[in-house]
Design a protein. Structure first.
Length: 419
């Protein structure tokens, strides 16, 4: 039934009047009704056309149109294929990025006033302890059963408790399974009644300078799953990282990126446009802008596999202190080679070869220059530490050593790093 119901009207065929006859039109009321109907139909048509035009303009402007049953939102259309890839990577992977909350019992004080002559002296008195959040970082899921990868410095406090919070705000109690003794990498575990979605780990050996990357993390410990986009601005960077929880640590072969990495992003993933993890965000230059660093994901793959098979991170150990030689420091020492690892005492006077170590048992001495390990040349970019990390405890490896200007071969059986 229509909104407006008009009375039924019967029309009688009329003879067309002659304008010159001077006769009046019969039934003048019928003429007025015709005029009214034509005006009404025209008005309704114009209103409908105006409505359709207005609706299209509103849709083009991206404004939702409210109907009686639902709200229709105009879907955003990415402007470039790269923008589409970024949107897809964030949408597909954000749920696997988590916040790592650090909590600890902190002393609680109250002020009391002690009489001193005619005065009252305020004094702080501890009344107990209270569990408080003291920091936070980021991690990401690497197995369906709840293994989470993060930075070692995020979970370095032995007295703290750690809680993992997912993108929906669900909290999980976290257990620290292992910390890599050399790399800034740690693996923690959460328990879930459901299978979790792990991120896909890429191959960091294939990355290129200028390649687009995406960082996701708990920025400033406040803005969960913040996304930043940039490029790889450098590869193979070596830096000295410092922090209140780790002191000073040398990070070798890191990825430099201009994707914003802030406090709280530590431990989050650096992804390529395929959605694969190629790095673990770990540090930012304090005196620079948009200069962040990530550990290559290939360094973590071995740790993850060892946790799954051995239940721990087993790291090879040789037991020497050394200086990586280059053109400059080899000239200063008047050496005949400008590459390799010079076995030497530490700056604090610690011995060049650790007592009882695999290096001592193999016969290495202070002043030796290790030129190659397992056939790999040792250089400033391919350091001894980087090569050792490719092996496992109990592996037997040949060393090419320069001693008293003569090359000799020494076989060393690697030990296990005691954490």
């Amino acid at each position: 039934m229509s909104i407006y119901q008009l009375p039924e009207i019967h029309f009688k065929r009329l003879k067309a009047p002659s304008v010159m006859s001077g006769k009046r039109l019969p039934f003048p009321g019928l003429f007025l009704i015709l005029v009214f109907l034509i005006g009404l139909i025209g008005g309704l048509s114009s209103s409908y056309i105006f409505y359709l035009k207005l609706k299209q303009e509103v849709v083009d402007a991206g404004v939702p149109i409210v109907h009686s049953e639902k709200v229709i939102e105009k879907e955003y259309v990415p402007q470039t294929s790269q923008e589409q890839k970024v949107i897809d990577v964030v949408k597909d992977n954000s749920a696997s990025v988590v916040s790592v909350v650090i909590s600890k019992d902190v002393a609680v004080y109250e002020t009391e006033y002690i009489p001193f002559g005619n005065f009252l002296i305020p004094q702080q008195k501890q009344t107990g302890t209270e569990k408080q959040q003291i920091g936070s970082g980021t991690g990401f899921i690497v197995s369906e059963d709840g293994l989470v990868l993060t930075n070692k410095h995020v979970v370095s406090d032995e007295d703290a408790e750690y809680t993992v919070v997912d993108i929906n705000g669900k909290e999980y109690e976290a257990k620290v399974l292992a910390k890599d003794p050399v790399q800034d990498i740690a693996i923690i575990k959460i328990e879930s009644s459901e299978k979790l979605k792990p991120l896909v780990l890429g191959d960091s050996n294939d990355i290129q300078t200028g390649q687009s990357v995406i960082a996701i993390g708990n920025a400033l410990g406040e803005f969960q799953n913040t996304v930043s986009v940039g490029v790889i601005s450098g590869l193979g960077r070596t830096l000295i990282a410092t922090g209140s929880t780790i002191g000073s640590e040398t990070l070798e072969d890191t990825i430099q990126t201009d994707a914003a990495i802030n406090k709280g992003n530590s431990g989050g993933p650096l992804l390529n446009l395929k959605g694969e993890v190629i790095g673990i965000n770990t540090a930012v230059a304090s005196d620079g802008q948009s200069i962040g660093f990530a550990i290559t994901i290939n360094k973590a793959k071995k740790d993850i596999e060892q946790i799954k098979t051995l239940g721990k991170i087993s790291y090879p150990f040789m037991g020497v202190r050394y200086v990586a030689l280059n053109e400059e420091n080899s000239k200063e020492r008047n050496l005949s080679v400008n590459y390799g690892a010079l076995v030497t005492k530490g700056s604090d006077g610690s011995p060049a070869v650790s007592s009882g170590s695999p290096a001592e048992k193999a016969g290495l001495k202070e002043g030796d220059i290790i030129l190659e390990m397992g056939g790999e040349k040792i250089t400033k970019d391919n350091t001894l530490a980087k090569i050792i990390a490719e092996y496992n405890p109990n592996d037997s490896v040949d060393l090419k050593v320069l001693r008293d200007e003569k090359e000799i071969t020494i076989v060393v059986i690697l030990g296990e790093w005691e954490q």
